[in-house]
Design a protein around this ligand. Sequence first.
Ligand SMILES: NC(=O)c1ccc[n+]([C@@H]2O[C@H](COP(=O)([O-])OP(=O)(O)OC[C@H]3O[C@@H](n4cnc5c(N)ncnc54)[C@H](O)[C@@H]3O)[C@@H](O)[C@H]2O)c1
Length: 305
Amino acid sequence: MFRGLQRVLRPASSGFVVNGGFFSSLAADSQRFDSVRFAGKVAVITGGASGIGKATAAEFVRNGARVIIADVQDDLGRAVAAELGPDAARYARCDVTDETQVAAAVDLAVQLHGRLDVMFNNAGIGGDMAASSLGAIDLADFDRVMAVNARGVLAGVKHAARVMVPRRAGSIICTASTASVLGSLATPAYSASKAAVLGLVRAVAAEVARSGVRVNAISPHAIPTPLAMATMAQWFPDRSVEEHRRILERDMHEMVGPVMEAEDIARAALYLASDEAKYVNGHNLVVDGGYTVVKAPNMPAPAAR
Ligand SMILES: NC(=O)c1ccc[n+]([C@@H]2O[C@H](COP(=O)([O-])OP(=O)(O)OC[C@H]3O[C@@H](n4cnc5c(N)ncnc54)[C@H](O)[C@@H]3O)[C@@H](O)[C@H]2O)c1
């Protein structure tokens, strides 16, 4: 990280002078992700046509990877792949509720590029987000949500491991949610499906670790992707799109100032996918600006000194 530091810093009467104004670029260099080591990685990204998956595909490609965008939105998926470039991205129709389609997406990566380095099991649905009492819960909706968000992730883990374990290398990443750790954010179906993602990651972490493969979860908090915006439209039908966006970007967060974006998850995924995270396994990387660790104690404010 500090290689070459002595070369660019030389003492002067006014303190340290930096050759050619290099100090700022050196600082930037030393903080920059090592994309050289990421270049050439091969990734499958489910749900890659939109939102977090799309941002991650772009981030991976920017760092030299080749990606398969696996989704059910054919037009969107093809457009995203075309935007990223034919050498870098390919679209594959892949409904994650169908194991054979997940297997085929993984096989396509191997067929095109000889291997699979990264599997990002990210496809997800919100299901029916309407607030309903326990007695009104629709179990068919529960099954639909679990089929995509939990069973689909397990299918991705299974088939990624099938090709990664023999090579004794690979990183599997699964999108959970802050709804996996807090019960108050979403419906029982969605929360249970995301808690299941964490359960799956933890359940297989030991087995894959013995095979040189890592598996981790990322838990994003609210980001105004189509999925989350559709939830807002259902919860607040009388409010405008701008208000829905403000709720997702501001009201639902603790951090003041920076706004959480899909790119924040893309960079977290890039880290977990890379060799920089070579010892990170079975982890849930919560990206929420501290939201899930901040809980008001529901009591009157203590007297100030
Ligand atoms: N946006 C948020 O606030 C938020 C927060 C926490 C977790 N998440 C999770 O992030 C993931 C990505 O969602 P997003 O917010 O980017 O939403 P999004 O709607 O932009 O993207 C989801 C993608 O998944 C695809 N998809 C849905 N069902 C599929 C299936 N059966 N097979 C293959 N692809 C399918 C969709 O076509 C879409 O392209 C989801 O797992 C979601 O639950 C989102």
